[in-house]
Design a protein around this ligand. Structure first.
Ligand code: R1P
Ligand code: URA
Length: 284
């Protein structure tokens, strides 16, 4: 079964679940938020940008950086974790920017995105741009480069995200916003000595065998086989590898969020990539 993406034209964040209207209360369990316990429109109605990444500390550092850059009142060091009541994810806000951690891998980011998208919907947010800022393994590119993802592909290099729903495989598109990717690239050009490129990002279910590593607890292939696979990936347009982009692209695309993913094949925080995202946020 194949589904299509859904931009509404109104700029509102969509949920595609008729059952939600029947709920007396929507509990965003892993974020420790809910429609009865919190005034979500008052707390989040003015959010325009959401940045997501794996680790809580990194997303806190990003929120603190944005707090300073936006010249907000108060000490950036004091940004509070909005999801402190849950130890699953961490969420910080700096003005119109929300910064949230998603953990590692598709199941973890997928749970966070379901609840985040419902949060933005309940809060009646409009025209929200979402960016994943994360680490990744570069493929045939200069060390320290940032890859801005145009399309997320699976480990067979296909632009699809397969989700098993009630035992059936549902296929969702993983195209990302090409215009926004170009805008991010233009922002990166303002920063000297900062190699950036647009390319496909391959999303795997595993860091070790899934990415052709020879140093996991299990390895059933030779070094030659690994190199042949990575070469095929490169020939298919893959420039980096990580573990969330297909789910990120599929869920955000279906729910009307503009999303160019941004992946950094070095250790984060790379100050240049953060500056690039900041320039985009200031320009929109
Ligand atoms: O840097 P983050 O955002 O954590 O993401 C990357 O790092 C983790 C693996 O080390 C995976 O989650 C991968 O996608
Ligand atoms: O998934 C990942 C993340 C960072 N670096 C990698 O090589 N792979």
């Amino acid at each position: 079964m194949t589904e299509t993406t859904g931009y509404s034209g109104s700029g509102l964040v969509l949920v595609k679940n008729p059952h939600l209207d029947l709920l007396e209360e929507d509990v965003l369990y892993h974020l420790d938020l809910g429609t009865k316990t919190h005034n979500l429109p008052a707390m989040f109605g003015d959010i325009k940008f959401v940045c997501v990444g794996g680790s809580p500390n990194r997303m806190r550092a990003f929120a603190q950086f944005m707090h300073r850059e936006l010249g907000l009142a108060g000490d950036a060091e004091d940004v509070a974790d909005i999801c402190a009541g849950s130890d699953r994810y961490a969420m910080y806000r700096a003005g119109p920017v929300l910064s949230i951690s998603h953990g590692m891998g598709i199941p973890s980011i997928s749970i966070m995105l379901h609840e985040l998208i419902k949060l933005l919907h309940h809060a009646k947010c409009r025209d929200v741009t979402i960016i994943r800022i994360g680490t990744s393994g570069g493929l045939g590119i200069e060390a320290g480069s940032v890859v801005i993802t145009d399309t997320a592909v699976d480990s067979s290099f296909q632009p699809r995200f397969e989700q098993v729903v009630l035992g059936d495989v549902v296929v969702r598109s993983t195209e990302l916003d090409k215009e926004l990717a170009e805008e991010l690239l233009a922002c990166s050009r303002e920063i000297p000595d900062f190699p950036t490129l647009i390319g496909h990002t391959m999303c795997t279910y595993d860091f070790y065998e899934g990415q052709g590593r020879l140093d996991g607890a299990l390895c059933s292939f030779s070094s030659e086989k690994k190199l042949a696979y990575l070469r095929r990936a490169y020939d298919a347009g893959v420039r980096n590898i990580e573990m969330e982009s297909t789910a990120f692209a599929a869920l955000c695309g279906m729910c009307g969020l503009k999303a160019p993913a941004d992946h950094i094949p070095t250790t984060f925080p790379s100050s240049n990539s953060v500056k690039m995202v900041k320039t985009l946020i200031f320009s929109l």
